[in-house]
Design a protein around this ligand. Structure first.
Ligand SMILES: Cc1cc2nc3c(=O)[nH]c(=O)nc-3n(C[C@H](O)[C@H](O)[C@H](O)COP(=O)(O)O)c2cc1C
Length: 350
């Protein structure tokens, strides 16, 4: 079982609430988190990318540090932690991405993968004149498949002559080729996103919503196996007592940044791809923290004392057969320390 951290490289991490002191991302903070994660035996860290935040009283995600440069620096100060930087496909030519990843693979001595993000939030791209039009909502996984085909050519041979709907490459060179495999990660939640994972990804990240856990349980019971490893995203609140942890979570929801939440939901409502996380965002108002409340970016919360949280994680791991968990926290540094010292030693799945 692998454990990882969803790096808070966007302002306020994954909490849209005035109950948490707002913060903007800095390298000093990301480095402290990465070093703590490595010290506590976590396996990986994944930074996201957002080109436009959702404002509100907390300025949610208005600042976002660029993942590749961030990982280049973090790889140089760590030894064992793996990194999964995110690429927003519309913003970077695949030949450029191929070269960046080959460079990061060399710097990190093979500790790097790639989180492939197709883009669900139109405003991030229209501001840069990079939005291909409304049809992209539905075409985005075809685009991603062609993008990955170019990466694959360049990483394996250093050349690509591929002609496709989106790219017309001619004797395209990309050296160095990476010396280590670069696992492809995708977090598409829709049927199209899941198919894409099955066809092209090494790892799939899912929000740990109750319906998703049920689906994973059914898959495990039926004995059918996916082509990818499954990693579950959860937000952890660990306190001295169960009651205190619940109270901390409820306070975050009580003081939710309603303007930022409404901006995020409005953006998600434009997405015409069916059955994915945009629909979950749109339906998230009023959900409990366990079901994916918008004050936690719809990430389901596991809360309680350390023994309670360990028991809940063991139960989820056993019934889903997941390969790993990725967590967010209210305060990442202290949260990772508590996880490593008080939760991890109690886990049977660890
Ligand atoms: C762990 C994780 C990381 C993600 N990182 C990003 C990101 O950095 N940028 C982004 O725009 N979307 C990100 N997403 C959103 C998904 O990649 C995906 O685009 C979204 O779920 C919409 O696709 P769907 O309709 O298939 O669900 C992330 C989702 C998860 C669960």
């Amino acid at each position: 079982m692998k454990f990882g951290v969803f790096l808070p490289n966007g302002s306020n991490g994954y909490v849209l609430s005035e109950a948490i002191k707002p913060y903007v991302p800095t390298y000093a903070h990301q480095k402290a988190i990465a070093l703590e994660a490595e010290k506590q035996g976590l396996s990986f860290a994944l930074p996201m990318i957002k080109f436009k935040g959702f404002g509100g009283a907390t300025g949610y995600w208005d600042h976002c540090m660029e993942p590749f440069t961030l990982i280049g620096a973090l790889a140089a100060v760590t030894k064992t932690l793996n990194f999964i930087p995110t690429v927003a496909l519309l913003a970077l030519h695949p030949a450029y991405t191929a070269r960046i990843l080959a460079t990061l693979s060399n710097i990190s001595e093979g500790r790097v993968g790639l989180n492939v993000v197709t883009g669900w939030n139109r405003n991030e791209y229209t501001q840069m004149d990079l939005w291909p039009g409304a049809a992209f909502y539905k075409e985005r996984y075809d685009y991603a498949a062609e993008y990955l085909a170019v990466l694959e050519d360049l990483w394996t041979t250093g050349h690509c002559d591929r002609k496709s709907k989106y790219w017309n490459l001619e004797d395209c060179h990309c050296f160095p080729t990476p010396e280590h495999p670069i696992p492809i990660v995708s977090a598409g939640q829709s049927p199209a996103g899941i198919k894409f994972c099955n066809d092209h990804a090494d790892r799939r990240f899912v929000f740990g919503h109750p319906d998703v856990l049920d689906e994973l349980e059914q898959r495990l019971k039926s004995g059918s196996r996916a082509n990818y490893g499954t990693y579950i995203l959860m937000h952890l609140i660990v306190e001295e007592t169960d009651a205190k942890a619940k109270q901390v979570g409820e306070e975050i929801i009580r003081r939710a940044d309603t303007v930022a939440i409404s901006n995020m939901i409005s953006s998600a409502q434009l997405d015409t791809n069916k059955g994915g996380s945009s629909e979950k965002h749109a339906a998230s108002l009023g959900k409990s923290m366990e079901e994916g409340n918008p004050a936690f970016s719809i990430i389901p919360v596991v809360h309680g004392s350390a023994p309670t949280v360990a028991a809940k994680l063991d139960e989820i791991a056993e019934r889903t057969g997941a390969d790993g968990f990725m967590f967010s926290w209210n305060d990442f540094e202290s949260g990772i320390r508590t996880f490593g010292q008080d939760v991890l030693p109690r886990l049977n799945c660890g």
